[in-house]
Design a protein around this ligand. Structure first.
Ligand code: TRP
Length: 355
């Protein structure tokens, strides 16, 4: 008997245009897993985007645009199964079922929930207005568990910030199985994403679109040069200890915004180019001008095929919609089987009617 190939699942928040932080933090690993021939489910977590909604946002449009960029980077909807969460309603049905066994106290320990409470500066009681957090946000780990369990994923590659949520999904699945005395839900494993966390062009810890410190995969050469030239390099180079030219050793010894330039150079340029510029830094030469133009060239070389593929006539909103439909059709039978078996395990029985 041949072993069924491992099922990988990861969710992508709909954020629109992708930047280098997204690429080296997630896209690249998706491509590596796809190249290994594993069964990869990558879905756009559009319902998750609603957990903090204040006004209408055109997520449908943002999703299409973002997926065109993913495809331009090499994600292949014939190899990987790419769909929208909202096109798989069995997920929300499973989330409802799992919600029945998820304790409030358990959910209140969720990191996203706790961080949001902290950011708003409210206690869990929330003062006079009460806790301002939505039911949807508090329950988002349940929805995330449903995303994972519905396709019987074996492995869930996530960044550190999402690891606890995967653990919560594992807990919920085990609780479900033990409470209803059946091995209904397949228990997944969290796997660390061997990803680089890119600093922003302003030198802050994380590149982000909302932080306005990002370098985009679709930025044209003029914009790339303009953004790179604007990076702060006013300070003179400091000392670098040790002989090693390993980016992970030298970059932390630089001022953060200079480090951001070197990090990008290490990811886009050949090793000898990177090492040449580390040498210039060590010798404290005047080199920031050439560092910036050289980096801009390498970034543009990196972006060029992505920009071309983004504009390809084979990669349009229509083609994206087409594969979203096809792939939603492919996952639906698996998803329905999972939710039906959960209904059966809980005792309400399989559905008598489904549209
Ligand atoms: N919550 C994740 C995030 O904020 C996205 C996500 C939703 C996800 N469902 C998932 C990731 C399932 C992995 C598996 O980034």
């Amino acid at each position: 008997m041949t072993k069924k190939s491992e099922v990988i699942l990861s969710g992508i928040r709909p954020t629109g245009r992708l930047h280098y932080g997204n690429y080296f933090g997630a896209v690249k690993q998706f491509l590596d897993l796809q190249a290994r021939g594993l069964t990869c489910y990558y879905f756009v977590a559009d319902y998750h985007a609603l957990t903090t909604i204040k006004e209408r946002v055109d997520y449908a449009q943002i999703t299409l645009d973002m997926l065109r960029t993913y495809v331009a980077c090499g994600l292949d909807p014939k190899k990987s199964i790419i769909y929208r969460q909202s096109d798989l309603p069995a997920t929300t049905e499973l989330a409802l079922l799992l919600g029945m066994i998820a304790n409030i106290g358990f959910l209140e320990r969720g990191t996203t929930y706790k961080d949001t409470i902290a950011k708003l500066g409210v206690g869990e009681a929330g003062g006079a207005e009460g806790n301002p957090i939505s039911y949807g946000l508090l329950g988002s780990p349940v929805l995330m568990a449903a995303d994972i369990l519905i396709v019987r994923a074996d492995k869930v590659p996530v960044g550190d910030d999402q690891r606890q949520h995967v653990e919560m999904a594992i807990d919920l699945a085990q609780k479900f199985n033990s409470r209803f005395q059946r091995e209904v839900l397949h228990i997944p494993a969290a796997v660390a994403r061997d990803a680089v966390r890119l600093p922003g062009l302003d030198g802050s810890a994380k590149m982000g679109k909302s932080e306005n410190n990002d370098l985009g995969l679709l930025d044209d050469p003029k914009l790339v040069l303009q953004k790179i030239k604007a990076v702060q390099t006013a300070t003179d180079p400091g000392p670098i200890e040790g002989e090693s030219n390993d980016p992970d050793r030298v970059i932390p010894q630089m001022p953060p915004s200079v480090g951001a330039l070197y990090r990008l150079l290490s990811l886009t340029a050949p090793k000898d180019v990177f090492e040449d510029f580390v040498g210039k830094y060590r010798r404290k030469e005047k080199f920031y001008g050439t560092l910036k133009t050289t980096l801009a060239e390498h970034v543009n070389t990196f972006n060029a095929p992505i920009i071309a593929a983004y504009h390809s006539p084979h990669n349009t909103e229509a083609t994206v919609k087409e594969f979203l439909v096809e792939n939603a059709k492919r996952v639906t039978p698996v998803a329905l089987e999972t939710v039906e078996s959960c209904r059966e395990a809980m005792g309400i029985g399989r559905s008598l009617y489904r549209a």
